[in-house]
Ligand binder design. Structure first.
Ligand SMILES: NC(=O)c1ccc[n+]([C@@H]2O[C@H](COP(=O)([O-])OP(=O)(O)OC[C@H]3O[C@@H](n4cnc5c(N)ncnc54)[C@H](O)[C@@H]3O)[C@@H](O)[C@H]2O)c1
Length: 363
């Protein structure tokens, strides 16, 4: 069972995004495009341990040598030290311009490996095999790669498009519920900014208690990824419409920061951030039923009591975000569901009230 869509990039190249359960045959077929000498694999440590035979099945028949770099689990792997180790590994093992680098893991592995692929020899072919829900619907699409710096997240990186993406939901069979929920926030985001029926579909899947069954999520994963593809295609280098994908994220970045990037996962922060954004939208005249999002609150088991900052301090943190220009906070708000717009705000009382409301909901 598989399907695919084409993705347009700024350089007029396109790449295929494949979706399905067990994409070994498609992957095996695709890698025939490369010389049969060697391939580099950067693989999330958990995925390496539990899925090695699955991905090797598709790759070993073509490549004579597979050089595997194990990516430590967790956000801390997206740092300059691990990046350096990976670059050393790839260069020491004799990479050539056409040697593919295959990233197998969640967004951490994808962002890190993407940056390695973008920078080694000024760019070697990159293949993404996302293994988390978040990576399938979000991070493997759109070409953002990078690592974190001590002063903030994703501050070192580049836009670098993959040669192909294989979203194989077989990997999701081992994904813990916490990571499903983490990725779910981005799926809900697509429901809020683009296709409201997604919210209904998520509700049905959750009621059927199907977090373990990647196959039943396949249509929703494909729909979500397609929305991202469409938005990115119109704005590859993030000059306009792509900002809509940041719905909830301006608030979320502050929650992540306030929790030292350890207390709250990105998905938890985005969920609370979207609730803040809906509240802010309603304060400006929209009439959006917050229960569209609140119905999923029990899944998140989230309290913001570890955010040890007042609403005023949170506004201050927002102003120090890298996306802030001229002291103006940029929010993505909704006129109504599926109708996002960019709102630049310097009058911070209004944002402060939004924080008060949000902290209250997650007491
Ligand atoms: N490039 C982009 O456009 C973009 C977009 C959104 C997020 N991101 C980045 O993505 C990262 C978050 O990605 P993530 O949520 O996938 O986190 P992650 O890569 O850390 O994966 C989450 C956890 O799931 C485990 N895991 C991965 N696949 C698994 C599987 N199949 N079975 C069981 N466990 C598995 C990992 O070991 C890890 O512990 C952040 O660094 C964020 O900045 C990038």
């Amino acid at each position: 069972m598989s399907d695919s869509i084409s993705v347009q990039t700024s350089t007029a190249d396109t790449y295929e995004l494949h979706f399905g359960y067990d994409l070994s045959a498609e992957l095996e077929h695709f890698v025939q495009n490369f010389g049969s000498g060697k391939a580099f694999l950067m693989v999330d440590a958990f995925v390496l341990k539990h899925h090695r035979t699955h991905f090797e099945k598709a790759l070993k028949s073509h490549f004579k040598e597979l050089h595997v770099f194990e990516v430590p689990r967790g956000e801390q792997a997206k740092n300059i030290e691990v990046y350096k180790q990976a670059v050393d590994f790839v260069l020491n093992e004799g990479v050539e311009r056409g040697t593919p680098l295959i990233a197998i893991g969640g967004g951490v592995t994808g962002d890190l490996s993407g940056f390695v692929a973008a920078t080694v020899l000024r760019g070697i072919p990159l293949i993404h095999i996302p293994t988390t829900l978040l990576a399938m619907v979000d991070s493997s699409i759109g070409g953002k790669t990078g690592i974190n710096h001590i002063t903030g997240k994703n501050l070192i990186g580049s836009f670098y498009q993959p040669a192909a993406v294989f979203a194989d939901v077989k990997y999701l069979e081992t994904l813990p519920e916490k990571e499903w929920v983490n990725g779910l926030s981005e799926v809900l985001k697509y429901g809020m900014i683009h296709s409201p029926e997604i919210l209904e579909k998520v509700k049905t899947l959750i009621e059927q208690n199907t977090f373990v069954d990647g196959k039943s999520w396949l249509p929703l994963i494909q729909q979500s990824a397609t929305i991202k593809v469409e938005i990115v295609a119109e704005d590859v280098l993030e000059a306009g419409k792509r900002a809509f994908l940041n719905f909830g994220h301006t608030f979320a970045h502050v929650i992540e920061k306030a929790g030292n990037y350890t207390t709250y996962s990105h998905g938890e922060a985005v969920y609370a951030g979207m609730i803040a954004a809906v509240h802010a939208s309603n304060s400006l005249g929209a009439n959006i039923d917050l229960s569209n999002l609140l119905q999923f609150k029990p899944l998140y088991k989230l309290t913001l009591d570890q955010v040890d900052s007042s609403a005023k301090e949170l506004v201050h943190l927002m102003k120090s975000d890298k996306k802030v220009k001229d002291e103006q906070i940029q929010l993505i708000l909704l006129k109504q569901i599926s109708s996002p717009y960019v709102y630049k705000v310097s009058e911070t009382d209004f944002v402060e009230r939004t924080w008060e409301h949000t902290l209250n909901i997650f007491k």
